[in-house]
Ligand binder design. Structure first.
Ligand code: MG
Length: 224
């Protein structure tokens, strides 16, 4: 595996859901239940149809919210208020390992999430990680057209004034790593699965603390 990273400071862009906290926490699954209930209500569809609709929206539009906007003229602020007003402390708490690794990782750290600030802010607080990030980019910042739309990544990179060659995107959703790879970023997939991975995935880690063994030395120490 070769890498483009060479020297000086890195910028780490972290997804939030199922990346900075584990899937096993159940937080995202709980959130999904709220979104499903909202879709059943607003689109007048049954439980069996919800999964298919969401799969289709994510495939075509990137997110369920964007599909609801385009196909049903749903107000994104109403969608967020009715689906994301949940208490993450019932599912996640402070994670000392992740906190320590984020402190030790040399470089700038930001969050880049497709979730709204209502959920991102509360969840980072629940994890006690808010203070470790220089910037927090949410779906509002991307005007509700988030990952994997190229414009979303470009907007974030422009705001950071960052060269994608020195950026690392860390995600549990592999489809959201395609564009970062095209832009020249280093890509990390968080996954507990095994097997072969697409070429656009540079590294696979099981959990965030595993990043330190890859990036702990900064640009200079990163090995091919
Ligand atoms: Mg995620």
């Amino acid at each position: 595996m070769t890498t483009r990273l060479q020297s000086e400071e890195l910028t780490f862009l972290f997804d939030l859901d199922n990346t900075l906290y584990p899937r096993a926490s159940g937080l995202l699954a709980h959130l999904d239940q709220h979104i499903n209930a909202y879709l059943r209500d607003v689109l007048s569809i049954n439980e069996d149809e919800v999964d298919e609709v969401r799969r289709r929206y994510v495939k075509i539009y990137g997110t369920t919210l964007r599909g609801c906007q385009v196909e049903h003229n749903v107000d994104p602020l109403e969608f967020i208020a009715k689906t994301h007003d949940i208490d993450p402390t019932k599912f996640v708490g402070p994670d000392k390992d992740v906190e320590r690794i984020l402190r030790e990782l040399p470089g700038i750290k930001v969050v880049f999430s497709n979730s709204p600030m209502l959920h991102v802010g509360r969840t980072l607080d629940a994890l006690n990680l808010t203070h470790l990030f220089e910037k927090i980019y949410t779906i509002e910042f991307c005007e509700f057209e988030g990952k994997p739309n190229k414009a979303a990544y470009e907007r974030v990179l422009a705001d950071l004034d960052a060269d994608p060659e020195w950026c690392v995107m860390i995600e549990d959703t592999s489809a959201n790593l395609v564009v970062p790879n095209q832009l020249g970023m280093t890509t990390v997939l968080v996954s507990d699965g095994s097997g072969s991975w697409p070429k656009y995935v540079d590294y696979v880690v099981q959990k965030v603390p595993d990043l330190l063994s890859i990036f702990g030395g900064g640009r200079d120490k990163l090995l091919a």
